[in-house]
Design a protein around this ligand. Sequence first.
Ligand code: GLU
Length: 374
Amino acid sequence: MDSGETRLFKGYRIQHNNVMGPYKGGMRYHEQVSLDELKALATQMTWKCALLGVPFGGGKGGIKFNPHDHSHDELRRITRRFTHALGSNIGPAHDIPAPDMGTNSQTMVWMMDTYINTGPTYEKNDQRAVVTGKTINSGGSEGREMATGQGVVHCIKEWAREARFDLEGATAIIQGFGNVGSNAALLLSKLGVSTIATGDHSGYLRNDEGFNAHKLQDYVRVNGSIDGYPRGEKISRAEFFETKADLFVPAALENQVGEEEAMKLDVRLIAEGANGPINPRGAAVLADRGIPVIPDILANSGGVTVSYYEWVQNRNSEHWDAEEVQRRLLHMMRRAYQRTMFYAAEKKVDPRIAAYALALDSLATSYKERGIFP
Ligand code: GLU
């Protein structure tokens, strides 16, 4: 620590499945990180990649601590130490971490630098693809930072087109104003959707006129949370869930919407920016109430999809422009969205079951084709 004291942290990396390609998934820095949480999240990565047709498997990792309690230098040392401890358990053709809650492009650059500096000198440049979500300067892709929010908004647009719903003038409530929530708010505002309530670990705010997503994003970058943001009225968590709006984007932790919250929600559509934000009881209530949900492994898959583009660019020593990344992302997400909704309609199941079924089906096909050996 900066004080000279030594502290011990608990870190994990879960490798769930690699039948479709190298293990892939984020690294989470959060106080609630646990083995079971990461096992669930790694499993979801397997399904997410399979659904999208991204040639990766599923992994997830993290360290159980609150990054907000640490200085820049401490975060660097914690990250480097952990990466070094992971050693050859990660690698560009084996297991590829990425940002998640509490980590960002700087964290990924530290991981990359630590990893490549412990391998042979002549391989350094080949090894940059060991992590994705890096800064552009250090080998990241255009569009990666916005990608998860962008994917959420692509799904919302697809839904609106099919439901003949005009997004111009619509309203949204967004839980979580980190990378996913804030970029979703920003991109929604460009479509004429105003975010009228939001919240994070520090509390909830409402602004009936709609928040300026740019300003709130800048404020959170400087202050670490929405706490103290002057242009909004403080509301309770219950009031947040009761706020009438057209769209709800949960973009914070898992298990945020249970029975109680699902009863309160007064929205037309939910697009899951977070992984697992609705628990099964909450999902049952929403189904009874007829509120459609675009499931996490589809709605938030823009992040891992652009991670895949970053990995491809690194391996080919290419740099695609932002338009190229956008074009490919839109194409892949639209295809996954259409396939999921078509399957749901055909088999008369909800979109979550459809997404799981499609993902499991492609995994099962791969296992069948490969057979059992030895
Ligand atoms: N952490 C993100 C997710 O949950 C991105 C993972 C990645 O890019 O590998 O999908």
